[in-house]
Design a protein around this ligand. Sequence first.
Ligand SMILES: *[C@@H]1O[C@H](CO)[C@@H](O)[C@H](O)[C@H]1NC(C)=O
Ligand SMILES: *[C@@H]1O[C@H](CO)[C@@H](O)[C@H](O)[C@H]1NC(C)=O
Ligand SMILES: *[C@@H]1O[C@H](CO)[C@@H](O)[C@H](O)[C@H]1NC(C)=O
Ligand SMILES: *[C@@H]1O[C@H](CO)[C@@H](O)[C@H](O)[C@H]1NC(C)=O
Ligand SMILES: *[C@@H]1O[C@H](CO)[C@@H](O)[C@H](O)[C@H]1NC(C)=O
Ligand SMILES: *[C@@H]1O[C@H](CO)[C@@H](O)[C@H](O)[C@H]1NC(C)=O
Ligand SMILES: *[C@@H]1O[C@H](CO)[C@@H](O)[C@H](O)[C@H]1NC(C)=O
Ligand SMILES: *[C@@H]1O[C@H](CO)[C@@H](O)[C@H](O)[C@H]1NC(C)=O
Ligand SMILES: *[C@@H]1O[C@H](CO)[C@@H](O)[C@H](O)[C@H]1NC(C)=O
Length: 323
Amino acid sequence: MILSALQLASLAVCAWTATATASTGCGKDLPDGVVPGADSTNVTIYSGGIERSYLIHLPANYTAHDPVPLILSFHGRTKSASEQEDLSQFSNASYNTRAIAVYPQGVANSKGVRQWTGDPDAPANISDIAFTSDLITNLTSSYCIDASRVYATGKSNGGGLVGLLACDPTTSAQIAAFAPVSGAFYYGVLGAANDSLPACDPSRSPIPIVEFHGELDTTIPYDGRGPGGRGETAPVLDWLHDWVERNGFEIDSNVTTSVCQGTGYPEVERYSWGDGVVQHYWESNLNHTWPATYANDDDKSGNYTTCYDGAAVIMEFFENYSL
Ligand SMILES: *[C@@H]1O[C@H](CO)[C@@H](O)[C@H](O)[C@H]1NC(C)=O
Ligand SMILES: *[C@@H]1O[C@H](CO)[C@@H](O)[C@H](O)[C@H]1NC(C)=O
Ligand SMILES: *[C@@H]1O[C@H](CO)[C@@H](O)[C@H](O)[C@H]1NC(C)=O
Ligand SMILES: *[C@@H]1O[C@H](CO)[C@@H](O)[C@H](O)[C@H]1NC(C)=O
Ligand SMILES: *[C@@H]1O[C@H](CO)[C@@H](O)[C@H](O)[C@H]1NC(C)=O
Ligand SMILES: *[C@@H]1O[C@H](CO)[C@@H](O)[C@H](O)[C@H]1NC(C)=O
Ligand SMILES: *[C@@H]1O[C@H](CO)[C@@H](O)[C@H](O)[C@H]1NC(C)=O
Ligand SMILES: *[C@@H]1O[C@H](CO)[C@@H](O)[C@H](O)[C@H]1NC(C)=O
Ligand SMILES: *[C@@H]1O[C@H](CO)[C@@H](O)[C@H](O)[C@H]1NC(C)=O
């Protein structure tokens, strides 16, 4: 059967809304200053005994009566919520017209560097996993959110945190799908041995997860960061294969797709398991860069553009999964 563009569009609408679970925030007035479709608002919240902040952007057609998905997008180490908003583009109606986009901000450590739990230098007395759980609880009780469609993405250390959220028994039950970009998956953090990743105990299976990583990444290298730096990271394929097996798939059962074939862009291969539940984008020409067809904050030179935009591909991935 061949579907018309209109039929495909209506299928897409159904996929996003088929299973909506209205949150307790439905029916509530918007907080002061938060206006649908307008520039994002800086909001503060108390969690873990300290003040935290995030930027929030609502889709233009948000109402208190239509539950919408929620996307959390975490910045990289040293970066800010505002930079992540610009980099990841989930407040841009060219990519996202239906989900609330929230950009949480990390706490600065004693050296003044903003980062997240999972980085070796992150303050041990702050749990960004607990903060994320609190934040989801607060947002779902303040806005009309489809509680079955809460998603997490992030860059670098923010991607590493997304990996930890997928592993945590509480947040893995709150978040439907996970999308780390250039993820920094450190050994020896959260009580793990110095040659091991932290414990991973998701409360459900399978966990939908997609990771994007550039072969030319010199910050969080594809084959892992060795000794001598600020901490060692796992080879991306080791981390990925743990998820393949944890989700019950055979490593050799992957379907490989040449993503940029015929576009004139250098090669990108997508590896997919379980009909897409686990995916990985190996990007032959990307550095430590959020994938985009245009120069961005990670790639001011425009040297590392590719045939797709991260926001578009991540939106398509999230659409397929709900709790
Ligand atoms: C969410 O956090 C905001 C900001 O701190 C606060 O005003 C509000 O009462 C919280 N909402 C809920 C439902 O906890
Ligand atoms: C929100 O504003 C406060 C006060 O200016 C600032 O310290 C914080 O970094 C801002 N947060 C975000 C997420 O931009
Ligand atoms: C939104 O995305 C479009 C398409 O990539 C781009 O042309 C535009 O500059 C973006 N807007 C902002 C504010 O970044
Ligand atoms: C908001 O607008 C988008 C884009 O037109 C549409 O796909 C979506 O279904 C709308 N959402 C609601 C709640 O009407
Ligand atoms: C964490 O520990 C540092 C250093 O002892 C201290 O300055 C800070 O206030 C503590 N933060 C929290 C949230 O307890
Ligand atoms: C890692 O742990 C092993 C065994 O305890 C130890 O020999 C080694 O020096 C440690 N390496 C680092 C970088 O701390
Ligand atoms: C990747 O980016 C880093 C930091 O900007 C730079 O030092 C390095 O040379 C780049 N690597 C390649 C292969 O272009
Ligand atoms: C995909 O499966 C092949 C065997 O069919 C295996 O050699 C390869 O390592 C797998 N790719 C990844 C990225 O795991
Ligand atoms: C971009 O590519 C040019 C030419 O290959 C190179 O000289 C320059 O260092 C690159 N810039 C970055 C930021 O990697």
